[in-house]
Design a protein around this ligand. Sequence first.
Ligand code: ZN
Length: 211
Amino acid sequence: MIGRSVLGRDIVAYRLGTPGARPVLLVGVIHGNEAKGYEITKLIRTMPIPAGIDLWIIDSINPDGQAAGTRENANGVDLNRNVTYKWSYIPRSGPDSEYSGEAPGDQPETQALESFVGKIKPQITIFWHQDANRVSPGGARVEIPMKFASIVGLTTASTPCTAGCTGTATQYINHAIKGGTAFIVELPGDAAVTPAMVALHAQATLDVITL
Ligand SMILES: [Zn+2]
């Protein structure tokens, strides 16, 4: 358990693979209404992990939003606009507001994520989102997201943010952990995410984390 949500739900990180080997972090859900990544991380937890990988899996860093089917956490904060790196204020304004919170890292879920990242120092981090159908590379080792994209058949492109891409988790991790990559995978909408696609993303993940 790496922390608790606003409503007191446990935030859990599962550890698989080889402790002390290359640290890798997978986050299935950060926007609660973009939850199909959860099926991918759950599946990976049942699969054999390649040698040389210390694999950490957080099915959901936003369990309250996932339970409620909202993008934001229970305080209405967009957790992917709330980290302490390159944060700027985005006001609350209607559904999917990208509200940044009142201060950098003022949400318990963000604090849990940042402190966990600082502890395990993941060389590769993947966050799943929906539904922009692309892989958005980041960090120093972009060949890893490029390879992931080619395996799953998605194009690579940055994902635009309505109110500006500030306070995002991937930018935070790419800044905090040098030399690796933290990237976003945007699945399609729920109806288009088939069991075969879930299996393909799970296998692609295990293929690229050893690169
Ligand atoms: Zn998202």
